[in-house]
Design a protein around this ligand. Structure first.
Ligand code: FMN
Length: 199
């Protein structure tokens, strides 16, 4: 077996973060849809502790990383790729998500560096989080992450696409999410094969 075949056989581990704390969040529902629609060789670890991350304070960081930040860093590190599904707040990232990214970015060595990133977003409005997604792409440059370009998952008019239980019911969007997970897996495998010098 070549290294690339070995990587493929081991599967792809994805760490997924929803940038919303709301129980009925469309973006958390979008993460659940990605898990549901993923191929067998992709496994998800879905983040459930965003609420535990304190406000960033560099004095606190210097005194010692909070346990919740250590745990976040370890879960990012254990993954091959990240999925971030986030709302757009005032044309940008939600503060709670940016705060968590800021904390984890201070961990040395950076758990983000060199990883594939898939970005998704859902909004009740017309733009499907496009503006916040481009802000996250800018942040990914400094984090040295590698976002996939396509497909872009920008779910517009979200209230028409999820049912009351938070199930993604819109067929066209389900297809895009399914192909997004496959594209992220393939991109992650390519990056990993280049890292070990086989690409
Ligand atoms: C502080 C705040 C700012 C918002 N700004 C935007 C915005 O810039 N663009 C947009 O499409 N929706 C905006 N919204 C609406 C959100 O898209 C909407 O609340 C969405 O359902 C949040 O995502 P969630 O369902 O995952 O919690 C904003 C909502 C809040 C609370």
């Amino acid at each position: 077996m070549t290294t690339t075949e070995l990587e493929t056989a081991a599967g792809t581990r994805v760490f997924a973060i929803s940038g919303s704390l709301r129980k009925a969040s469309f973006n958390s529902a979008l993460v659940r849809a990605a898990v549901e629609l993923a191929p067998e060789d992709v496994t998800f670890d879905v983040y459930d502790e965003l609420r535990e991350i304190p406000s960033f304070d560099d004095d606190v960081r210097i005194a010692g990383l909070p346990a919740s930040v250590e745990r976040l860093g370890a879960r990012i590190k254990a993954a091959d790729a990240l999925v971030i599904a986030m709302p757009e707040y005032n044309y940008s990232l939600p503060g709670v998500l940016k705060n968590a990214i800021d904390w984890a970015s201070r961990i040395q060595p950076s758990p983000f560096a060199g990883k594939a990133l898939g970005i998704m977003g859902a909004s009740p409005g017309m733009y499907g989080t496009a503006r916040s997604q481009y802000h996250l792409r800018q942040i990914a440059v400094f984090l040295d992450m590698h976002p996939i370009n396509k497909p872009e998952v920008m779910v517009t008019r979200a209230s028409d696409k999820f049912d009351a239980a938070g199930q993604l019911t819109d067929d066209a969007t389900r297809k895009v999410v399914a192909s997004f997970v496959v594209a992220l897996r393939d991109w992650s495998l390519r990056i990993r094969s280049v890292k070990v010098g086989t690409g």
